[in-house]
Design a protein around this ligand. Sequence first.
Ligand SMILES: NC(=O)c1ccc[n+]([C@@H]2O[C@H](COP(=O)([O-])OP(=O)(O)OC[C@H]3O[C@@H](n4cnc5c(N)ncnc54)[C@H](O)[C@@H]3O)[C@@H](O)[C@H]2O)c1
Length: 367
Amino acid sequence: MKRAGIIGIGKLGLCFALNLERAGYEVYGVDVSEEYVNQLNTKAFSSPEPEVSELLAHSKSFFAGTDISTLLTKGVEDIFIMVATPSLADGTYDHSQIERITEELILKGKLEKTVHLYVGCTTMPGYCNLLAAKLQQYNYTVSYNPEFIAQGSIIHDQQYPDQVLIGEGDEEAGNRLEEIYRNLVKNNPMFCRMDRLSAEITKLATNCFLTTKISFANSIGDLAVKSGADHEKILKAIGADSRIGSKYLNYGFGFGGPCFPRDNRALGAFAKKQDYPLLISEATDDVNKMHLEFQLQHYLEKYAANEPIKFDYVSYKKGSVIIEESQQLALAVRLAKAGRKVIVNDRAEVKKEVEKKYPGLFEFSKL
Ligand SMILES: NC(=O)c1ccc[n+]([C@@H]2O[C@H](COP(=O)([O-])OP(=O)(O)OC[C@H]3O[C@@H](n4cnc5c(N)ncnc54)[C@H](O)[C@@H]3O)[C@@H](O)[C@H]2O)c1
């Protein structure tokens, strides 16, 4: 049976581990919390992410632990790193969780047989090259392999990717990664193989393009509203052009969530360090903020001062439980702070989190 290891079995890593297990791999997951690992091994863990609890319940060769050494003693030659890389104030990413793992691996000394590391975390362009230089003498290759998934459909998105992005450490590592994905996916994606730096830029640039498209749609929509035109018909017509396409071309709330805003900013921060101001990433971010102000004015004018304003959801996208950088929540907050009565509806866990973050600011339709 083929073996694979995943270091960091959180939101992304656990889904990937279970997808690999379903594809016939013996999968060893490593994380830091004993309690979490026990919950996974006893199959007591329940996830809000679709299909995860079921895949975990049916899994036969997924083993979780807290010790990275297990991966080496079990002879695992393909190890994915999927720990968090939080954003720093300057828009760049904090790689310290990856660094800690690297230090642990280095402490084990030089390996007899090459082990291939695949970094699935979002990293700053150039980081994986530094990591590779550090680990090469210990007989590791380092490749970059980010995921294009959305929370709420991670299992599905990993099974049906449009493209598999491989920033390969060397040809063998790239071949191994391609084979792993060919076993995992249920469709026929494009394999985009390139060097690590190009792949790191590609990951951020993809999300920068999507945020740009959303900001474009919202700008044209705002302009249409301001001038009395029909935003829906305008955007539908633009999206009908096959060179443009209708996806992400709707008029609505600005972009938010745990990936889009930070990837867009990180690309801008990387460009700045290259002495190349990436105006598009800055403009996209500025437009997102401007759109919030536009919406605020629009709502204040549209609703009478005593008329309650109802939000059907305040998570960053419908159906999600995440409120991080949610533009609809930001709008609801601004309206409530402007003295309007705002009624929030959403899933119970979202309402609970919103109440915790903004005690007493909103009324809730039902808790
Ligand atoms: N979740 C997403 O939707 C998504 C989408 C695209 C990219 N990403 C990227 O994937 C990466 C992981 O994201 P996530 O959402 O799964 O994060 P997460 O916080 O849910 O999971 C990270 C896991 O790593 C574990 N961890 C931390 N240090 C560790 C260590 N030393 N050894 C073993 N485990 C350790 C944590 O305990 C946690 O369970 C990030 O770089 C993120 O940017 C995530």
